[in-house]
Design a protein around this ligand. Structure first.
Ligand code: NAD
Length: 483
């Protein structure tokens, strides 16, 4: 049975609230949220302005002393309750996520499972006091203490998972938080805020929806001690510049242009299946999606054909429709960017092996498209396409493939595919990235740091390395001789 939700006189669903100081509130201002499968608004989100931000930051500051005084175990228990709530409400959250983001509902469910599993994983990591020196004269310890209030800014491609990681890291390490989702996908995050309200003391978690200006105000706000930002390189640079005014700590998780290098000894069909999924899951809108494929000349044609087969057989459609593998592009701006890249690719004379014909609306649907024999300097190879259009490039010498894979300002991740694991590992270790995979792509864990080299970011999420990014190191140095 379909669930009835409150709607206002515009007919749009409107049962969404900001979370400030433990209260669910609205601001009196609203903005529309579009269903990318239709291109039409289906709901309205409350919009936070400066006043709501100031109230949320003040609440987070008030909540900080008591929250940071709890032990890691006590804070972990709260976070695990939020993970249980995510699982309990998985169906309704997944449906809402699909409605606002577009991805197939099975992928929305996976995103929620991943958010819960990775968050629970992080709460098992110990951050002990380290003894640096202990001799007759001195005892020197290194403590890690929370920073204060963390501002978390997230993008539209995986709003629940990309909020859960930084939120867990911030809270587990003793900080309080103000979380702002993308204006394209605010609703599922606001619902997570409602769940958090039932669990955490007032002010520990605050959730504000709003536009890009709200993000900028957060990065400039003197009451926020750190910004954890996930989004594009261009915005990441603005965040870094704005954070300089108050010397805020920052973690930047930015875009990528991941290369997959496929050596001559693989089974092209089986590798094509994996590469196709890694390039088109969530309609290719994944920071660590495969975005360029470099294939050895001896398997080039077979791999291209196998990828094209995958693309021809993939079911594209609204995310709620059974069996759909590829939903719509999330928003009109991104859809138009992809149309531009497709036009440029066609003009360049590259061969389009599958896809390439975009259906007329409604909705922002874009077929999975496989492109062969494309110029290395084309937009599709040089830019982060962030969509289901994949260039396959040929190499004969693996040294040349490594050089071309590294010839980018991005450095998020990359992969090498071969039956010879030792050789592939040696090649992977030469990729200028935060994560280099062998015979896999997109594998992450709560215990393994993730983040970008070069312009793909600063700092890491997950693992003890990521958690320490939400803390200040404090040296306590004791002279044993009493004066
Ligand atoms: P975006 O940079 O446009 O927006 C991200 C967030 O920043 C949104 O919440 C937005 O409102 C906010 N924002 C916009 N202007 C701001 C400003 N001046 N100051 C502060 N905040 C501001 O990114 P997007 O288009 O939503 O997301 C797609 C990008 O995110 C892609 O490049 C993708 O690769 C990247 N991404 C990276 C990771 C990672 O872990 N490295 C994960 C997912 C997505």
């Amino acid at each position: 049975m379909a669930v009835q939700h409150a709607s206002d006189d515009t007919g749009l669903r409107s049962d969404f609230f900001l979370l400030i100081d433990g209260e669910l509130v609205t601001s009196g201002r609203w903005f529309d949220v579009i269903d990318p499968a239709t291109g039409a608004p289906f709901a309205r989100s409350p919009e936070a302005g400066r006043a709501e931000l100031d109230r949320a930051v003040a609440a987070a500051r008030r909540a900080f002393p008591a929250w940071s005084a709890l032990s890691f175990e006590e804070r972990a228990a709260y976070i695990r309750r939020l993970c249980d709530a995510l699982r309990k409400h998985q169906d309704e959250l997944a449906e809402l996520l699909t409605r606002e983001q577009g991805k197939p509902v099975g992928q929305s469910r996976d995103e929620i499972t991943r958010a819960a599993t990775q968050s629970e994983g992080m709460t098992k990591i110990q951050i002990p006091v380290e003894t640096l020196v202990d001799d007759l004269e001195r005892h020197i310890e290194l403590h890690y203490v929370p920073l204060g209030v963390v501002g978390i800014i997230t993008p539209w491609n995986a709003p629940i998972n990309l909020a859960a990681g930084p939120l867990t890291a911030a809270l587990y390490t003793g900080n309080t938080a103000v979380l702002k989702p993308s204006p394209y996908t605010p609703l599922s995050t606001l619902k997570v805020g409602e769940l958090a309200r039932e669990i955490f003391p007032a002010g520990v978690v605050n959730v504000l929806a709003g536009g890009n200006d709200l993000g900028q105000w957060m990065t400039e706000h003197p009451g926020i001690d750190k910004i954890s930002f996930t989004g594009s390189v261009a915005t990441g640079k603005k965040v870094m510049a704005a954070a300089a005014g108050t010397l805020k700590r920052i973690t930047l998780e930015l875009g990528g242009n991941d290369a997959a290098i496929v050596l001559e000894d693989v089974d092209p069909k089986s590798v094509a299946r994996k590469l196709f999924f890694a390039a088109t899951v969530n309609c290719g809108q994944v920071c660590m999606a495969v975005k360029r494929i470099y294939a050895h000349e001896s398997i080039y044609d077979a791999l291209c054909e196998a990828l094209a087969d995958e693309a021809r057989n993939a079911k594209v459609g609204p995310g709620m429709e059974p069996g759909v593998q590829i939903g719509p592009i999330q928003n009109r701006m991104q859809y138009e960017k992809l149309l531009g890249i497709l036009e440029d690719t066609k003009r360049s004379g590259a061969r389009i092996l599958a896809g390439g014909e975009v259906p007329k609306g409604p909705g922002y649907f874009f077929p999975p498209t496989i492109v062969a024999d494309i110029d290395e300097n084309s937009r599709l190879v040089q830019e982060e396409q962030f969509g289901p259009i994949v260039p396959v490039l040929k190499f004969s010498d693996v040294e040349d493939a490594i050089r071309r894979a590294n010839a980018t300002r991005y450095g998020l991740a990359g992969s090498v595919w071969s039956r010879d694991i030792a050789r592939a590992t040696a090649i992977a270790a030469r990729l200028e990235v935060g994560t280099a995979w062998v015979n896999q792509h997109r594998a992450t864990s709560a215990f393994v740091p993730f983040g970008g080299a070069k312009e793909s970011g600063i700092g890491r999420q997950y693992s003890i390395l990521g958690l320490k990014g939400y803390m200040e190191p404090r040296v306590v140095s004791v002279l044993k001789q009493v004066p």
